[in-house]
Design a protein around this ligand. Structure first.
Ligand code: CMP
Length: 142
């Protein structure tokens, strides 16, 4: 089924100047960008986005990192988009990411791992609504 999912290019990858290279992976994999914005998150925005990780030991480091510079947030649309984006990203820990995945190519550590993607359709719906209003997500009819 056609799905939508959130993709975030994190501060480390924006700093490496690989936004276009990452967009190219999405496009050559058949995913369409249907919304996009560059943001520099406040602590409140980062803490709210990652609320499910609030009790984890890495939470403060995660919020510090995600607020350290601008990010690119996009909605990807396509057949099986949630899983497809996770395959394109590779494992959360870049040392476990398969060759040719974004994290194998651009991530340096589990903390600075280049990209985020929704892990299910339910989180995709929540994460899309966190960053975009309905009218900011565009229908792509061609
Ligand atoms: P992300 O998909 O953005 O979701 C939460 C982030 O926390 C994750 O990517 C990692 O960058 C970071 N993180 C740091 N340590 C861990 C860990 N032990 N397990 C999962 N995520 C971690």
């Amino acid at each position: 089924a056609v799905q939508r999912t959130i993709s975030i290019i994190k501060p480390d990858a924006v700093a490496k100047n690989v936004i276009g290279a990452i967009y190219n992976r999405f496009e050559t994999s058949g995913l369409k960008i249907v919304a996009a914005k560059m943001l520099h998150l406040s602590r409140e925005q980062a803490e709210g986005f990652y609320a499910e990780h609030k009790e984890r030991p890495f939470f403060k480091a995660l919020v510090d990192f995600m607020t350290s510079g601008p990010i690119m947030v996009q909605v990807l649309e396509g057949e099986n988009a949630v899983l497809k984006n996770r395959e394109i990203m590779g494992a959360t820990n870049p040392s476990e990411a398969l060759a040719g995945t974004l994290r194998a190519d651009y991530a340096v550590s589990i903390d600075e791992n280049a990209v985020h993607g929704s892990d299910s359709e339910e989180s995709a719906a929540r994460e899309i609504a966190y960053f975009f209003t309905e009218t900011e997500v565009c229908a792509r009819t061609r």
